[in-house]
Design a protein around this ligand. Structure first.
Ligand code: SAH
Length: 394
């Protein structure tokens, strides 16, 4: 498994929170390779090594991605011996649903347990107009790319227990397959805005995107896949060099180094000047506009001066801006900007000709902000003798 170095030192799990530590990743806990993490070429090579004819690769991909068989033994057009060989060689269903929560607005949040007992979450957001850039977003799944996060953003629940490990490509792809299986709905947009920093798990991210995008795989158009980053500048450049029309969202959250640095330690490593050079490079290679995510925190980053700076920065690379009212997280001192401050901020951007929206809130009642459900599950598990296994969905 590819493991890239986090740009910021991981924080010790117990530093701020008395959570039950997730089990750290170790070789002993590695199970079989995950089937959804294999590309068509990987599987063709496996079939060749097993002495199977080439057409078996397409057959098995069809069982997995079209017919959605949940056991190799159910893939009845394959010879029985091959089915048992596959079952010995691969894990077909690597995620186990621990909890699902359905919000009054239709947002569904899933909490999954991995083979090593770590937890990840995904959020299914129902149809809404153009959240992340495409003409009419239908069902969007917000996926996690890592267990925990090393970046220590001072507003985000995901980083509170530190970084545990990268997700395998198959663990990323399986979030979409499981969300579709449980909800019975087709996912047609994927955003990497769940737990973790996708560009710090770069190789696994690329492989997952390849499988999500492939005709033989999940079949989601590249323009319907958005990678969101806290600003890992060198990786933005690398991604720009990839021949993929995926979208990029940048979590900006501060329009000057001074403000951004207060809440995003990554800004010390890649200050705005370096970051914007990378974004300019992205723009020179791609047609799609970048989207800035900007959470609005009372008195910190919601002043008219920040709005004016943000407008300048957005115009410099023709970016769009998504303003997101801050969702409170118990460990942090921040409060959401007032409605008036949100509106005033938006008008500064609009007057400067910057396309901007205030994101409609979804799933507030189910802790749908990044990292919040896992935080609750771990806090409850730590308090209880038995791990919680309830499903809040009827
Ligand atoms: N590491 C990547 C992907 C994580 S998603 C990145 O930073 O972009 C991060 C997004 O989650 C942020 O842009 C923000 O939109 C959202 N987010 C995290 N904590 C939040 C909070 N407390 N309130 C509202 N949005 C939050």
């Amino acid at each position: 498994m590819a493991r890239s170095e986090p740009a910021v030192e991981p924080r010790a799990c117990s530093e701020r929170h008395s959570l039950k530590s997730p089990r750290a990743y170790s070789l002993a806990s590695v199970s079989k390779p995950i089937f959804s993490g294999q590309t068509k070429d990987d599987l063709a090579a496996w079939m060749a090594a097993a002495g199977e004819p080439g057409f078996r690769t397409s057959q098995i991909l069809e069982w997995h991605y079209e017919k959605r068989a949940l056991r190799f033994e159910d893939m009845t057009s394959l010879p029985a011996a091959l089915r048992s060989q596959l079952a010995e060689g691969f894990e077909l269903t690597p995620l186990h649903e621990v909890r699902s929560q359905l919000s009054v607005d239709g947002t569904r949040k899933f909490l999954f347990r991995l083979h090593d007992d770590n937890l990840v979450e995904s959020v299914l957001i129902p149809a809404s107009p153009a959240l992340y850039g495409s003409a009419a977003d239908r069902r969007t799944l917000c996926v996690s790319s890592q267990v925990g996060c090393a970046f220590d953003c001072q507003f985000c629940a995901s980083g509170l227990a530190g970084f545990t490990r990268n997700l395998d490509p198959g663990e990323i792809v399986s979030q979409i397959l499981e969300a579709e299986r449980i909800s019975g709905e087709k996912v047609n947009n994927v955003v990497f805005m769940g737990m973790g920093e996708p560009l710090a798990n770069y190789r696994n991210l690329l492989k997952a995107v390849e499988i999500l995008n492939a005709e033989w795989g999940v079949g989601i158009g590249a323009r319907r896949i958005t990678v969101s980053t806290s600003g890992v500048a060198p990786r933005i450049r690398d991604l720009a060099d990839q021949p993929l029309a995926i979208r990029l969202a940048l979590s900006l959250h501060g329009a000057t180094d001074e403000v951004r640095q207060r809440i995003m330690p990554v800004n010390r490593k890649y200050p705005l000047e370096v970051l914007f050079e990378a974004l300019q490079y992205w723009r020179s290679r791609k047609k799609q506009k970048v989207t800035f995510e900007y959470i609005m925190i009372d008195g910190l980053n919601d002043t008219p001066e920040q709005a004016a700076e943000l407008a300048k920065r957005a115009r410099s690379i023709s970016a769009k801006v998504n303003l997101i009212p801050y969702n409170s997280v118990a460990d942090f001192p921040w409060a959401r900007s007032t409605r008036q401050a949100q509106k005033d901020f938006l008008s500064v951007l609009e007057r400067a000709g910057v396309p901007a929206t205030i994101r409609l809130e979804k799933g507030h009642d189910i802790d749908a902000a990044c990292g919040q459900l896992r935080l609750r599950e771990e806090t409850e598990s730590a308090a209880a003798t038995e791990p919680a296994t309830t499903s809040d969905l009827s």
